[in-house]
Design a protein around this ligand. Sequence first.
Ligand SMILES: Nc1ncnc2c1ncn2[C@@H]1O[C@H](COP(=O)(O)OP(=O)(O)OP(=O)(O)O)[C@@H](O)[C@H]1O
Length: 555
Amino acid sequence: MSIVRYNDKLLSVVHHNKSLNSVVIYNSETENLELVKLDHDESNGSHGRRRRSVPSQFEFVCPDCGYQCNINPPSSNESPRRSSGSDFLRNDYFRLLARADSGNESNKELISTLIHQAHPADIDQIPVELINQGYFKKFFSVLGDLGNGSNGKVLKVEHKLFNLQLGVFALKKIAIGNHFGNLVRILNEVKFLYSLTESSNTTNANIIKYNHVWLEVDQISSFGPQVPVVFILFEYCDGGTLEQFIENLLQPKFDIKLEKMRRRMKKKGIKGAGTDRRYLNNFEIYKIFKDVLNGLHHLHEQKTLHRDLKPSNCLFKTKFPDDYKPIDSVDDLGQIPNLVVSDFGESIMENSKRNSTGCTGTLEFCAPELFEEVDPGQLHDFSYYSDVYSLGMILYYICFGKLPFKSSDQNAIREEIVSCNLFEDMDKLRRDELLPDYLRLIRLMCDPDAKSRPTCEQVMLQIEHIHNKLAKQSYKKFALARALWQTGLNIAQILLNIWLCPYPVLNNLQFVLVGVLISQKKVRYLMWLELALTMLFLALSIDSYWTGVFSSSDQ
Ligand SMILES: Nc1ncnc2c1ncn2[C@@H]1O[C@H](COP(=O)(O)OP(=O)(O)OP(=O)(O)O)[C@@H](O)[C@H]1O
């Protein structure tokens, strides 16, 4: 039997799970997917050796690391194993899986339901690969609820193929309801948004990765009817939302594990650990805001508006480390998990609701112009400027842990937004050293005149200045530590000189010079201390020198 190479034109690896030693191969001729177990026991992904070819096997070349080996077909008595996630997932993996499954009979049921509710011409326009009745049940299992939004529940799901669990994802179901007329437009726009996240350079772009969208007839609530539902599969973020994070900082929930850690750290004299109530410091504000800004900038570069930017739509990809304590150096920014902007796909779906309710997203983050009518009954459209306003409001929220509204009533909030004097007493809210640059940025981004607001690109430049300031602060901290260390070292050296050298005068003179040269700015007090000590030891050593000279001449 011949060996078929993975990079043969017909076959490609679309999924590689290192912890399960498995790959999914797609055959473009038969449009079939096949799960194969790798023929080696390494599970950490550090492949390195080439394996001998065995008949009836594929030769596999890992697209990730270039490792080559032979792969076996999956055995039928394979027991399911849990995986922490996939290591390589081709962008169109779920679409290929849907295509492989598209011949299924259940699609007829879905199509007949759609025909009952829409014009047949509309049905023809629905992209065929999006209709896939039973796809969810066949390839996913529900692990739990992640939360509720205005569109319904978000679920934590696990993808399974041939009884193997191949990764954890988030899934949102949106019932089409009365918006059926817009279905085609909605689906096409959501598809466009996937293409945004499909490009390979989005890994560091701080936007959520959408994996697949499809349509099924489903029962959203236990007693409700069967309705067409859009299923949206996207990246699972383990660290929770920015809103949850800030709320927990200001009103920490009791957690026995954290409490124990906090006590341990307090004993060691470490401040700000565990469940202490606190504001975010300048370094933390910088990192979190920069991530949100990056995400929005990426969307704007792709000529896409977010329309519903708010802290609950910003997700930390991973959890904060258990022993996290507030960072105080730009070198430690990496300790804060990366944040991604999500939900930009769904806001388009809600656009149709906008004219009737006045605002798509959460009212608090809406720019004042969005409440103005351009024509009777026709509200102002979303724009890059209105997204930047929401970004400014997010910066306010990150800095102060709350929003600037006096009232909690929605109508009163709307009036406060339109009155445009939300940020007057901002300077007095925090007594610690919050950089005034942040306050300036908030005022700029939330300028009542939309056109005066900066673009994301301009905010990027401002944030670079803030980074430079913070870098200097971190340097000062290290400069102090360095000065302390240097002083200790010099003192030790002088003592050693006095002890070892009979004529230490010249040796010690160099320390006097070094002390004078570096006695500048903030570290000068330490340097003066060092200088004083050096002089003292110098005097002592001169004394001992002359004592030595006289005692030798006496003899
Ligand atoms: N990718 C994800 N990974 C982990 N949790 C998520 C993910 N997406 C959403 N969640 C959780 O699900 C909750 C509901 O999300 P959803 O986007 O539906 O609503 P929302 O943004 O909070 O509100 P709205 O629908 O009004 O915009 C979020 O608050 C978050 O806790």
